[in-house]
Design a binder for this molecule. Structure first.
Ligand code: 3IX
Length: 215
């Protein structure tokens, strides 16, 4: 297995009748050499916002700063296939700020191994990670395991999570997703999330291989 999934590169001008292209541009350069640090700062900011009780003055100051930063990005919007947030395969979670910042350890047709450290932004309640972030993690890595196994893009038909014990914040966790069986277009994927030997959550999911052009 290789540490990074092989993704067939394509030009942004390639025609695909569906909204979910089977191939798309991948890049390790888009957004510049410091794009990963930029995403890291965005993530740190989300953690700090979640944790902070700012004074009214600080809220006003940050509000002005954020308005200024948002204005700088307005003219740089691009489509999902060329945004580095989602296509920078050299970065945690492909640089996709929507996703928890997992690191791929190993990925191939036999499955995907990754590590994830949930942080304050991912807080659910009473110190534990929000279950929705656990599901999000499994959806993406399960989708990756399915795609690498069948060499095609899939959509999630169902995703069942069993929360076996609390998922902690600020502790490196091991996540594994693998294809259990394939029946025609149906790809059944399993997954586990561990802190050390302790099982935090399990996934049982069905992904459907998309037909050519299917959105
Ligand atoms: C963007 C990725 C970039 C990645 C770059 C890096 C590396 C690339 C490598 C890997 C990719 C990496 C990551 C993956 C990324 C993301 C993963 C997340 C994906 C999602 O987050 S995606 C959003 C949520 N998802 C939806 O938004 C789906 C809405 N929905 C539909 O789009 C349709 O519903 C669809 C397509 C699911 C099926 O529709 P369809 O028309 O194609 O097929 P049909 O209905 O005929 O079902 C065929 C057979 O599946 C059975 N079946 C269907 N559904 C079932 C169910 N729920 N339970 C039990 N059985 C079910 C039927 O019973 C039949 O079975 P049978 O053949 O035996 O009769």
């Amino acid at each position: 297995m290789s540490a990074q999934p092989d993704v067939e590169s394509s030009s942004a001008s390639d025609a695909h009748e569906g909204g979910f292209r089977p191939t798309f541009d991948v890049s390790t350069e888009r957004g510049g050499p410091n794009y990963g640090k930029f995403v890291g700062q965005v993530r740190e900011f989300m953690d700090r916002v979640r944790a902070a009780l700012p004074s009214a003055e600080l809220t006003d100051e940050l509000l002005a700063d954020l308005k200024s930063m948002n204005a700088k990005l307005v003219d740089f919007e691009t489509d999902e296939w060329t945004s580095p947030s989602g296509t920078r395969i050299d970065l945690p979670a492909r640089g996709n700020i929507t996703l928890p910042p997992y690191d791929i350890v190993d990925a191939g047709p036999d499955g995907v191994d990754a590590t994830i450290t949930f942080t304050r932004f991912n807080l659910g309640g009473n110190g534990a990670a929000h279950g929705g972030f656990v599901a999000l993690l499994f959806d993406d890595l399960g989708g990756m395991a399915a795609a690498l196994n069948i060499e095609g893009i899939c959509r999630t038909a169902y995703l069942k999570i069993d929360y076996r014990s609390l998922t902690p914040l600020n502790s490196e966790l091991a996540v594994r997703c693998w294809v259990d069986r394939v029946e025609g277009r149906k790809v059944y994927v399993r997954g586990t999330l561990h802190e050390g030997d302790r099982l935090c959550a399990e996934m049982d999911a069905l992904f459907i291989k998309l037909k050519p052009g299917q959105p």
